[in-house]
Design a protein around this ligand. Structure first.
Ligand code: HSE
Length: 411
């Protein structure tokens, strides 16, 4: 039996234990030796649980046990998880993680350390929950130059937006449900502020570009400002609102990486990605467009990806699999304002955008009017413009109208 330890017995840690137990005979067909959880690191004791005798609150016990070959880090964050991961790798143990914050922040350093120690640092579960996306990019799409990645990368916010769209639920009610389903982060601010999706697109951008893209290089907008009015107006235009993470390679080699809510039309495959599901479109210069879809959060889907990595580590117990996934970070990103996009605007007190000629038309070009009325609510979509042109026009428009909401439009 290959012995492993789980660090952190929260939603994902419990799921990992459960999948290893439930699917043990199936797992043995892929890893003959079998995988046994020898320790569970947690500050809680779990009296009466079947795994009670495996629980320890002392990482040194795991670190110093030469029998432990694989450490499964499901603590989250970049504090204790960083320290334990470094120490485990230093001791020549493979580390498998679902921790996007740690990979996005210290991935280059930890991958280099793993390579130096001839072990693996595997993180399939860090992006897209149960969806295979890291390995497909590393392996199946490796012949391509990845030109764009665009995806719904956060299950909690997609669940909230879906409940607002389909059930007319308020933002707060939907967030409570997401928390009780185990989708949200311990601090759900990182979900709703777009930070979690930012870490995930940073990881995908690192893989696609070959350079470590740090979370600080990703500008993130969340969904806190989105109201039921926006959701309804989007529906009137035949669109839905989705929080998207985007990586785009520009001519000249620089890249844009950002997270923001977008209106998307029904022709986009992402428009049908609902609830806790994530959807990720990858564009490669040989393959064209491919899409990955599945449950992006929750105990069992995330555990599915973690356990797959554990099996992979067990099958490559004597070597490093993924050498030099990406290089050091640097000034590789450019402000996403360079991208030309259309924008959705909801404003009050403006002249009718459908009128002749209106301020809105003068400033934003030919409009797609969703709702208009002199002095009332004006809701419209602008012509395609770059971010600087849009900001300038918006500042001017604000002199005659109270802008309640604005958002990017995809495509
Ligand atoms: N809070 C995250 C989400 C968990 O909702 O997507 C999975 O990374």
């Amino acid at each position: 039996m290959i012995k492993a330890a789980i660090l952190g017995f929260g939603v994902v840690g419990c799921g990992v234990y459960e999948v290893l137990k439930q699917n043990s005979s199936q797992i043995k067909t892929k890893c003959e030796a079998g995988i046994e959880i020898k320790y569970i690191l947690d500050i809680r004791k779990f009296p009466g649980a079947e795994y009670e005798d495996k629980v320890t609150d002392d990482f040194a016990v795991i670190e110093n046990d030469p029998e432990i070959k694989i450490v499964i880090e499901t603590i989250g964050g970049a504090g204790a998880a960083y320290d334990f991961t470094r120490r485990a790798l230093e001791r020549g143990k493979h580390v498998v993680t679902s921790n996007k914050e740690l990979v996005a922040t210290h991935g280059y350093e930890l991958l280099s350390l793993a390579e130096e120690k001839n072990v693996n640092y595997l993180f399939e579960a860090s992006v897209g929950g149960g969806i295979p996306i890291i390995r497909p990019i590393i392996q199946c799409l490796s012949a391509n130059e990845i030109t764009e990645i665009i995806g719904i990368l956060n299950g909690t916010t997609n669940y909230i937006l879906t409940m607002m769209i389909n059930a007319g639920m308020s933002f707060e009610q939907a967030l409570e449900l997401a928390k009780s389903n185990g989708y949200a982060e311990r601090n759900p601010a990182s979900d709703i502020e777009g930070v979690d999706a930012g870490r995930k697109i940073a990881i995908l951008a690192s893989l696609a570009s070959g350079h470590h893209i740090y979370p600080e290089q990703v500008v993130c907008e969340g969904i806190m400002e989105i109201t039921l009015d926006d959701v309804r107006y989007a529906a009137e235009a035949g669109m839905v609102i989705k929080l998207l993470g985007r990586y785009k390679k520009l001519d000249g080699g620089k890249i844009c990486v950002y997270v923001a809510p977008h209106l998307i039309g029904q022709e986009s495959m992402l428009s049908g990605v609902s609830g806790v599901f994530n959807g990720i479109i990858v564009r490669g210069n040989a393959v064209g467009e491919v899409m990955f879809y599945g449950r992006g959060a929750g105990d069992m889907p995330t555990a599915s990806a973690v356990v797959a990595d554990v099996i992979d580590a067990a099958r490559h117990i004597d070597k490093t699999k993924n050498k030099r996934l990406w290089g050091e970070g640097g000034a590789f990103t450019q402000d996403s304002k360079v991208l030309r996009q259309r924008y959705y605007i909801r404003a009050e007190g403006a002249a009718n955008p459908a009128g002749e000629p209106s301020d809105a038309e003068r400033l934003f070009g030919r409009l797609e009017v969703i709702s208009g009325g002199t002095g009332g609510m004006s809701v419209f979509i602008t012509e395609e413009m770059d971010g600087c042109e849009f900001e300038k026009a918006l500042d001017e428009y604000k002199k005659s109208a109270m802008v309640l909401s604005c958002m990017r439009v995809l495509g």
